[in-house]
Every structure is written in C-alpha cells, then in structure tokens.
Design a protein around this ligand. Structure first.
Ligand SMILES: [Zn+2]
Ligand SMILES: [Zn+2]
Length: 327
C-alpha cells in the first residue's frame, strides 16, 4: 500500500508506504551503498570505487509512477497517489566515513549534486518541493551507517516549509522585507549566536532554537535556492557545513547524530514564493548533553510547543570553543 491520505483536521497530507517496513534494516555484513567489489555480491552501485553516487531509492515513499490508492477517498477524506521522487546521495565509497570526515573538495561536490538534483527534480511538474536532507546516526533512525543523504521531491509543499513561507509572507506584508534576510543581518550584527562565518554565508544558533545545539546556515544575500548559489557561495556553504559537522563531533568527542535539511523555494511554479524563500540549512542534533537526548514528548509532540534546556547563546559559545579545539 502506497498512498497519501488527507487529514482534514490539520489540513495536511500523510503518506503511507507500507512496503518500506521490509527495507534493508541494519544489515550485518552486507552494505548496499558500498562499491561493488570484484567477485562480491553486487550493491546498488555497480562500480569498484566512486566519489559521490546518486540514484533512486529502492524503497521510495514517493515515486514517479505510483500505484493507485488502495482505499477509496471521500469529500471528508481525500486520497491521492504518492507521486514524487526519492533519491539517495552516497557521499563516499568509504563505508566508515561520516560527512564530517570528508575532504572539503568532496563536500563541495555534494553541494553541486544537491543543487543539480534540486534543479532537475524541480523541473518535474509533478514535484512541488525538493528537500535534500540527511539523517545521521541510529538515534535519528538511520538504517544504513554508510555515509549518505536523501533528496525527496514532494508532490506538495511539506507542512513545516509551508509554515515558514506563510510566516515570511506575513513578515513581508508588514515590513516589506524577507524575514530571513532580516534574521541573518540581525545575527551578524549581534554576534552572540554566530558559530562561524565564511564569505557570504553564516552559521548560527537560532534565537528560538528548538533543539539545544540546532544550527542554521544561510547566505546573507537573498538566495532562494541551492541552484541559485554561485560558485563562491557554494564554496562557502561547503566550508561552513564541514566546520559545523566537525564542531558537533568535537563537542563531546563522539560522532554526534543529527538531522540536516535544506529549505528552499518551492518548485510549484508560483512566482509569489521568490521574495520570501531564502535558502537555509537546518541542523538538529537530538542530544542536549553528551549522555542525554532531547525527547519529543507531551509538549513538543502533542502541543508543538518546544521547551529547550540550553540557552542558544551558551550553545553557540560551546560550538565556537569546539571549532577552536578542533583546529
Ligand atoms: Zn557501505
Ligand atoms: Zn531573504
């Protein structure tokens, strides 16, 4: 069963992909993302070595030719096929590497892959929103430890980016400017929450961080999409992503899990999004201390109201120290 069901009480689609229950789960001695070595069982990647590889997810939540929904919809409960794309981006042929271990040149190559795939998937009229992301570590549900991320091409704008866009539209109506341009300028001027700066890009802990060590990365100039970054800005982005990933590992001396995702302009063809879409990466580690996780519980899960244990200014200062220690 692969289908989307509409929740009329929240105005949101929920996707069902029950075939994903049988996807490869922490295989003991076989890694489908490793290169195919001569004489060994073929993997997803038919080469003995590679730099960055990208291909369609074998267990997709969204696909270009989805089956018809198994259940019949109604006026109250609309249903839709799960159309879209799910791609895998393998960062390296080294099974034991992590994003933080990669050479800057390789991270830069991955930035280009995200940008190119965002442009290509975004051109598909069936796709309204392209979101590259990475789930790193077992704590955030990664089933394969080989360093990789994913790119989802959604058939509509997912709820969180849509909320950001609505808030940005409201801010623009009130002030005439892009809320993200205003936020980045305010953070640079203040400095207390800035983790690192590189060229035209900035990494900072948000004033309103929901996760204790949450970091956002964005360009200071208004750039709506990954493909819209020029070469110098892509260099800056690669550099900051690498700096932040390494600072996370330096923080407590172990490879810190996180969810990293990019929010960018929807690709649904609506020109109205351009002035309120400001590309940014959001990195959210689940830890609030070396040995303690921030669980999403009653207030966060049921109320959507986050309660955070660490002051964003203290988190930024700890991350700046981690960068200094790592040099
Ligand atoms: Zn592997
Ligand atoms: Zn902006």
């Amino acid at each position: 069963m692969t289908e989307r069901r509409f929740d009329p009480t929240r105005g949101e689609w929920v996707t069902f992909a029950t075939h994903r229950q049988n996807r490869t789960y922490k295989p003991a001695d076989y890694c489908p993302l490793c290169p195919t070595r001569p004489g060994e069982e073929p993997t997803e990647i038919p080469y003995p070595s590679f730099e960055v590889a990208t291909f369609d997810n074998r267990f997709p939540s969204f696909s270009p030719r989805p089956p018809a929904p198994a259940v019949e919809g109604s006026a109250l409960y609309p249903v839709a096929p799960a159309s879209g794309r799910c791609e895998v981006v393998v960062y390296s042929d080294d099974h034991d590497a992590t994003f933080a271990d990669l050479e800057l040149e390789r991270v830069r190559m991955i930035v280009d892959v995200w940008a190119d795939r965002s442009a290509i998937l975004g051109d598909d009229p069936a796709i309204a929103y392209v979101m590259p992301f990475e789930n790193k570590g077992e704590t955030v549900g990664t089933t394969l430890s080989h360093p990789h991320g994913q790119i989802y091409g959604y058939p509509d704008i997912p709820p969180l980016p849509l909320r950001e866009l609505d808030a940005a539209l409201e801010h623009r109506r009130r002030t005439g400017s892009c809320v993200h341009c205003d936020v980045v300028a305010a953070e640079v001027a203040d400095g207390r929450r800035v983790v690192a700066e590189q060229g035209r890009l900035v990494a900072w802990v948000p004033f309103w961080a929901r996760f204790p060590y949450e970091v956002h990365i964005a360009p200071r100039p208004h750039r709506p999409t990954l493909p819209g970054l020029d070469d110098a800005e892509r260099d800056d982005l690669a550099s900051l992503l690498s700096v932040v990933a390494r600072a996370y590992d330096q923080l407590w001396g172990f490879s810190l899990p996180y969810v990293m995702a990019f929010h960018q302009r929807p690709s649904d063809g609506d020109d109205g999004w351009e002035p309120v879409s400001h590309l940014h990466a959001e990195l959210c580690p689940p830890n609030r201390a070396a040995d303690r996780l921030k669980y999403l519980a009653g207030s966060e899960l049921a109320g959507g109201a986050f309660v955070t244990d660490v002051a964003p200014e203290a988190a930024a200062s700890a991350l700046r120290d981690a960068i200094r220690r790592g040099r």
